[in-house]
Design a binder for this molecule. Sequence first.
Ligand SMILES: [Zn+2]
Ligand SMILES: [Zn+2]
Length: 376
Amino acid sequence: MAGDYYETLGVSRDATPDEIKRAYRRLARKYHPDVNKEPGAEDLFKEVNRANEVLSNPETRARYDRFGEQGVSGAGAGAPDFGDMGGFADIFETIFSGFGGGMGTGASPRQRSGPVRGDDLRLDLKLGFREAVFGGEKEIRIPHLENCQTCNGSGAKPGTGSKTCQTCSGTGQIRRSTRTPFGSFAQVSVCPTCNGDGQVIEEKCESCGGAGRKQETKKLKITIPAGVDNGTRLRVAREGDAGLRGGTSGDLYVYLFVEEDKEFYRDGVNILSEISISYLQAILGCRLEVNTVDGPVETTIPAGTQPNTELKLEGHGVPRLGNAVSRGDHLLTVQVEIPTRINAEERELLEQLAKIKGKSIGKGGIEGFLGKMFGG
Ligand SMILES: [Zn+2]
Ligand SMILES: [Zn+2]
């Protein structure tokens, strides 16, 4: 289980938001991986960040106070992480710092005897146009490392223990000195036998081969909130890789990609589409059904509608993320079709109309226009 977040930040349970902020800043500076190369600093840095993430938000803090860790993770699996949506910028940082475990930090050895938080994972998920608009449940399959049930994550065969590593005598690091014309240099590196643990297990767990964790594909139901869009990222707490030696699991970040629709185009919270009406409908006005994401909606095309007029169907757009009762609009662009061919009867009627119009607005006006349009 993770330590107490208040203890992590070194503040009392009734600390003010300001005290929490100050404690966080001080500790984040102290343990930042760029500054602090001491063993374990990076994990402390992550713990401090996690504690701040929970305690700096009044809502998650209240939940944590009432339900503890459960209130802000396990039970909340699939709960969207609205806090850091938007751009991909901060996201890459999170993802790549999460993968840092294996990258190491050059020659400096890392003592790895304490708990290590599992890696964060990324999963790209494609959503249909309407799924993104209305949200819903989605089943995903996520390959991640899970704690081995057989050995409880220790990597040791049940009933056996671990012993001091002989290669490094338990220090987790080995020194080699290199002689050069400029003197002798000691090079320190992580012990390859125990991987820096200082301990090796006597007999490996057969189920996981001594790793303590196993790659498993887990089926997971996640809730997609209404109104998500391309690039929205959802955090599923604790569904990344399992931690090591009792460390907490990493988080799973689900990146959403929304498929295009044949009929609708999305612009933020608004949905755009086009309809075509006849020139007569445009001139005389009409009522007709138009498709929206809510199904057909009857709407009025006012008399005298011009080509490319934009009509607004209020409230038929995309629900606002995090406030689904408020929705954008459906914007309908009206195209007016001018027929390329007309029959004799239509032509006669239009010519009559042109004559009448010609008298009232001056000869040549409409008649000339229609002649050009339909003549030949
Ligand atoms: Zn095992
Ligand atoms: Zn060793």
